[in-house]
Design a protein around this ligand. Structure first.
Ligand code: MG
Length: 472
């Protein structure tokens, strides 16, 4: 009798021990933090060559992880770029183009499955703080597409009654909490601080479960605003101050992860939505050696800084020169989260071998498409980039100053071939010297046109899908 009871207790304790060990040994799913800035140029981070301001936190993140030199957004404009990041698709595939304003009646289609939805399905806590731009009508808001919590601006921070050129066009700019407008024309000097405070609080609240945090700063998109704590902080006026405040924000997030012992469980990704808005002169950033900026398919428009850290999983201090893109984040993150891919076709590929520095890892993209709206303006394969004849905006006259833009002129580009490995600035058109490469890239472009369309050629793609629409 005594022995039986003793054996029973022993069995119970043994099984509890096994169960608790089992739980402790189950590796937790990783957390993800994506920090997405607005119109920050390729050279607007210290470790990418910034002059006149400091980004110690981003530089440290690069020393602790990997820095990409050939990282692309899908289109050089806010709305389309954000749609690509969250959907894993070229934005023309899902009908989200340009930078929709308050009049837009479209947004992300309810049948699209975007990153937060897929992670939420796996039990992730999800939050977004910042600029959305996938549709501001209720059915399109972040909370209807997988984010448990939302606080931020539904579209660009210049779409308000203080616009330097068209103030009377815009109604007051809404600041939204979940689905409720809580302020109009909010104090933009506080945006970076508010987003940061909420990001830190969200991490603390969810320290014991996997989470996905998306911080989409309004800055450094014009109009530039900075809080008192960073005013006059840099050597490069307001633009430099704004970047230094963003860097502080990155530091707050990294420090919180460290404090809570979450750094080793968290992949942190920093990148920008498109290149610098050059017509704003001293209120624009710099693309460094790259040609042109926002609103073009030259490298300065679409190639952006990108830094990732995950101690223990990403080797410290590495640099990746292979082509990777924001559309790749969805398939990469859902695989790391053991989640599923969307049911519909996407364009991104798993780039974990590049991120984690696997020896000999190569870009999964044989070709990368440079669309502007529905125009296929260029295509890249390996080091080669072929531009198709198109018009683009360029700054000929004086740049703008202190928040007032200069005037762009329209320029025309022909059939032009560049070797980006030798000529990152796209200065030397070598199309005549390499007719076979031009021909090969033309064939690859034809596949893009059949799939996604090309308004330059009057072709409608076979596999494009509509955006969601509401009637007003
Ligand atoms: Mg932008």
């Amino acid at each position: 009798m005594f022995l039986t009871r003793w054996f029973g207790w022993a069995l119970l304790f043994f099984s509890m021990f096994v169960a608790s060990r089992g739980l402790a040994d189950t590796p937790r799913l990783p957390n993800f933090v994506i920090i997405f800035t607005d119109d920050q140029g390729y050279a607007d981070v210290g470790c990418y060559g910034a002059q006149g301001f400091q980004t110690p936190n981003l530089d440290r993140m690069a020393r602790n992880g990997v820095r990409f030199t050939s990282f692309y957004v899908a289109q050089a404009v806010c709305g389309a770029s954000r749609a690509a990041l969250l959907s894993g698709c070229y934005p023309n595939r899902i009908g989200l183009l340009g930078a929709p304003n308050h009049r837009a009646t479209h947004g992300i289609h309810p049948d699209e499955e975007i990153l937060p939805e897929l992670l939420k399905e796996k039990g992730y806590a999800t939050a977004m703080f910042g600029k959305w731009h996938l549709g501001h009508r209720p059915p399109f808001l972040p909370t209807r597409h997988g984010f448990g919590v939302y606080f931020g601006l539904p579209y660009s921070n210049d779409m308000w009654p203080f616009h330097p050129e068209t103030p009377s066009f815009y109604p007051p700019l809404p600041l939204i909490e979940n689905e409720r407008v809580i302020a109009e024309n909010p104090d933009q000097t506080q945006l970076t601080t508010w987003y940061t405070e909420r990001a830190v609080a969200f991490i603390r609240q969810n320290r014991d479960r996997p989470f996905f945090l998306y911080v989409a700063h309004a800055m450094p998109h014009v109009p530039l605003f900075v809080s008192e704590k960073f005013r006059g902080h840099s050597q490069q006026g307001l633009y430099g101050d704004v970047i230094e405040e963003i860097d502080w924000s990155v530091g707050q997030i990294l420090q919180t992860l460290q404090e809570l012992d979450l750094a080793e469980h968290t992949l942190v990704i920093f990148t920008s939505d498109n290149g610098p808005w050059l017509s704003y002169g001293n209120h624009a950033g710099s693309a460094g050696p790259l040609r042109e900026g926002k609103g073009t398919t030259w490298e300065g428009g679409v190639r952006v800084p990108c830094i990732m850290q995950w101690p223990g999983r990403i080797p410290a201090g590495t640099v990746c020169h292979e082509l990777a893109a924001t559309i790749d984040l969805l398939p990469t993150l859902v695989r790391l989260a053991e989640a599923r891919l969307p049911r519909r076709t996407i364009d991104g590929k798993d780039i974990w071998p590049l991120i984690s520095g696997q020896p000999g890892a190569r870009t999964p993209h044989e070709t990368y498409y440079y669309y502007w709206n529905r125009e296929l303006q260029a295509i890249r394969s390996g080091p080669w980039k072929l531009h198709f004849p198109h018009t683009y905006r360029s700054l000929d006259g004086p740049p703008g100053q202190d928040g007032k833009p200069g005037k762009y002129t329209q320029k025309r580009c022909g059939l032009e071939l560049y070797n980006l490995e030798k000529d990152i600035g796209e200065t030397n058109n070598v199309a005549e010297q390499h007719p076979q490469i031009v021909e090969r890239l033309q064939e690859l472009a034809q596949q893009a046109r059949l799939d996604l369309g090309d308004s330059l050629q009057g072709i409608t793609g076979k596999n494009i899908r509509p955006a969601g629409h509401v009637t007003e």
